[in-house]
Design a protein around this ligand. Structure first.
Ligand code: HEM
Length: 217
């Protein structure tokens, strides 16, 4: 069992399931952030509620950290293994391989950098605030690291577009790895993948643009 876990296929299955869990987290995260459109009072109430179930949120966050670590470590290990096996070359000729497949590891690295900036400014700031503070105002702050700041907003949009490309390729790989024995397999994959790689990232970008253009204020 342990041996299977660390085999090439075992590692791919780990990447697939952790990736899928992260995509589901993103869907929840988008819904939380869409509350910004309903105004300061609702958004602050939602954050206050999350603070009131602090212990539960902490457990979920610990799970999320574990999932991210498993995803990243297995992705790096698989990349190194593949490179060694192919003696530095890809099994498919580089110019025929899908672009996102070749750049998966690099887009993954930029996403990781985005994660660090995002958590340092939003998550960390929220942790330091008391329950009755104005969280909505922090979301719109015009300072580096916050979305009222145009260069930060532009960096977020670039990172989210990379996330979209990463998700698009990732979804195709997930279903190749875990398989799907349904009759309408290809259609299901296509529509499900579309929700994740197109609709969720678009939702985040709409929020950022709405902050930048003063629609959320
Ligand atoms: C419009 C874009 C986004 C906004 C406004 C936003 C907002 C926030 C805020 C306010 C927090 C702190 C929540 C808290 O501590 O209660 C947070 C945490 C977090 N965000 Fe985002 N986020 C955005 C996009 C993203 C994206 C694209 C990702 C992933 C690729 C992401 C991943 C995370 C993670 C992992 C956390 C920490 C987990 C948590 O405590 O919920 N966020 N985000």
């Amino acid at each position: 069992m342990i041996k299977f876990f660390f085999s090439s296929i075992g590692q791919k299955i780990q990447i697939a399931f952790t990736g899928l869990s992260l995509a589901i987290f993103l869907l929840f995260h988008l819904f939380n952030n869409l509350v910004l459109f309903t105004g300061a009072e609702n958004f602050n109430k939602m954050v206050q509620f999350l603070k009131s179930i602090h212990l539960f949120v902490r457990i979920l966050e610990a799970g999320l950290v574990l999932i991210v670590l498993l995803h990243v470590i297995n992705a790096i290990a698989t990349t190194i293994k593949n490179k060694r096996a192919n003696n530095g070359k890809y099994a498919i000729e580089p110019d025929t391989a899908p672009k996102s497949s070749k750049t998966m590891i690099w887009s993954g690295m930029v996403i990781l950098f985005f994660f660090i900036i995002h958590l340092r400014y939003y998550w960390y700031t929220f942790q330091a605030m008391t329950k009755d503070a104005d969280f909505f105002a922090v979301m719109l702050k015009n300072e580096f690291g916050f979305l009222g700041h145009t260069p930060t907003a532009a960096f977020y949009i670039i990172a989210i577009l990379l996330i979209a490309s990463h998700l698009k390729h990732g979804f195709v790989s997930v279903f190749k790895t875990i398989g799907m024995p349904f009759k309408y397999r290809d259609q299901i994959i296509k529509y499900l993948a579309f929700v994740f790689w197109a609709i969720i990232p678009s939702g985040f970008i709409i929020i950022i643009l709405a902050i930048q253009f003063g629609i959320i204020q």
